[in-house]
Design a protein around this ligand. Structure first.
Ligand SMILES: NC(=O)c1ccc[n+]([C@@H]2O[C@H](COP(=O)([O-])OP(=O)(O)OC[C@H]3O[C@@H](n4cnc5c(N)ncnc54)[C@H](OP(=O)(O)O)[C@@H]3O)[C@@H](O)[C@H]2O)c1
Length: 267
């Protein structure tokens, strides 16, 4: 299958108001000449990015809350109803870092709706579209290394990301349109708004610069890789750790993440 060519094509990026999504959008515009549909809840942030990017490409924005099904459907129809869509980066997501027993049910439901239900709903509609039209394109779904190695104190978040990895990987093998591909992106920690809080202080040295995470995401997407973990050490670790007993690995991870979490809550 030929590589994705983004130049002058329309690409949707969800969660484009901050972090990884914002940087992917920037690289798609400046590095690949893609026209962009930027989606998130914070209009002012999207407008700021739109002003920056429309110096080189065309940019539309959609303000939508992807934890709400009606917004997901409205946004998807808007995306498919306008200029021809070539590709989509489903990146928007939220996490919870803390004791699972302290995770409020309402927040859990919002996380589930945003990370799992919204992404599945949008994926279904986009896959239907590309299968029915036979058009060339691609879908990048942002999961996490937490999908491969569940993270203690991010138990529910890890579950949502595991779902995305298994769902999208399996679905990619049901596609009939040979010009359309699905890529699942599994980064480890990244320096973004998500990891800004003091709970992440002890983990900061492990976080990847967002520019690098975005560059690897766009490269993997362009090459239509099925899955990709950015960073040599992350990739090496993900192979190496599979040879160790899971109980041992989880204990080490629990120590590292717990230290950072509990240090931050000390008075
Ligand atoms: N940072 C990490 O260490 C890390 C590691 C592995 C995977 N990831 C994944 O990478 C993706 C991006 O994360 P990030 O680190 O860039 O996070 P971030 O800096 O917090 O940005 C999250 C983006 O998602 C949007 N978003 C959140 N909830 C939304 C909703 N209900 N509706 C629409 N947009 C929503 C936010 O925009 P608004 O607030 O304006 O809506 C923002 O643009 C996520 O899927 C995350 O799970 C992150």
């Amino acid at each position: 299958m030929a590589k994705l060519q983004f130049k002058d094509k329309w690409v949707l990026v969800t969660g484009a108001s901050a972090g990884l999504g914002e940087e992917i959008a920037r690289q798609l515009a400046f590095g690949h000449g893609a026209n962009l549909i930027l989606l998130a809840r914070r209009r002012e942030k999207l407008e700021k990015l739109q002003t920056e990017l429309q110096k080189v490409v065309k940019v539309r924005i959609i303000v939508a809350d992807l934890s709400k099904l009606e917004d997901v459907d409205r946004a998807t129809e808007e995306v498919l109803g306008g200029d021809e869509l070539y590709a989509a980066v489903l990146n928007a997501g939220i996490t919870y870092f803390g004791l699972h027993k302290e995770l409020e049910w309402d927040y859990f439901q919002t996380m589930l709706q945003t990370n799992v239900v919204g992404v599945t709903r949008m994926t279904n509609r986009l896959v239907d579209h590309f299968e029915a039209t036979g058009r060339e394109g691609g879908l990048l779904i942002v999961s996490s290394m937490a999908a491969i190695f569940p993270v203690p104190y991010q138990a529910a978040y890890s579950g949502t990301k595991s779902y995305l990895l298994t769902f999208a990987t399996a679905l990619s093998h049901e596609l009939k349109n040979r010009q359309f591909s699905i890529t699942v992106y599994n980064p480890g920690g990244i320096q973004t708004e998500m990891t800004e809080g003091e709970k992440f202080n002890e983990l900061r040295g492990w976080l990847m610069p967002v520019k690098q995470a975005a560059t690897e995401a766009v490269q993997a997407f362009r090459k239509r890789k099925l899955t990709h973990i950015p960073g040599f050490l992350n990739r090496f670790g993900s192979v190496f750790l599979k040879f160790l007993p899971q109980k041992f690995v989880m204990k080490q991870m629990s120590g590292v993440y717990g230290k950072s979490l509990f240090k931050s809550s000390k008075p």
